[in-house]
Design a protein around this ligand. Sequence first.
Ligand code: SF4
Length: 200
Amino acid sequence: MILGGLQTCSFSDYPAKTAAVVFTQGCNFRCPFCHNGSLLQTKSKGTLSEKYFFEFLKKRIGLLDGVVISGGEPTLQNDLARFIACIKELGFAVKLDTNGSNPTMVEKLLSGNLIDYIAMDIKAPLEKYDTLCGRQVDIANIRTTISLISTGSIAHHFRTTKVDTLLTPGDILQIQSLVPQKSGHTLQTFIPEIALQAFW
Ligand code: SF4
């Protein structure tokens, strides 16, 4: 795994649990509102070793409930399932954050009972996806991942970063219409000061 950072304790990233947040290095999107610009380069070797991460985690057994795997985009990493299995062996619950671009990996993790919670960003109405993600996006993959998550049995929610200069109130309604009826959806606060691109 190529890791780009670690937040040792969070009370807000995993619903109802205390968790460490580990950030994977590399992302296939370039959302202009991204708050994690340093994590986007896929060719980077990362800044955190697995050895350091697991040594840290062993010291948190009994102190933290879970681990959030965020990014970057975690599902780009081929050995994600192995990495998660090692975390679960230590007794931690695992939440995955994803941009939904890799349904094959999401399906593998779900069918292997490797994750306990999943949060997926729905970035935009489907016709505006390329603009909001800064890349050409395969919309079929986004639809498939929404379906996999919403029809699965694990806890989940969808979320959208609300950028008023990029998303109109009508766009927000369209995004909400993509969220399956029994699934939750939250709007996340956009912080322009730490965005990948300048907003003014
Ligand atoms: S906000 Fe976009 S560019 Fe940033 S890590 Fe998430 S998916 Fe990648």
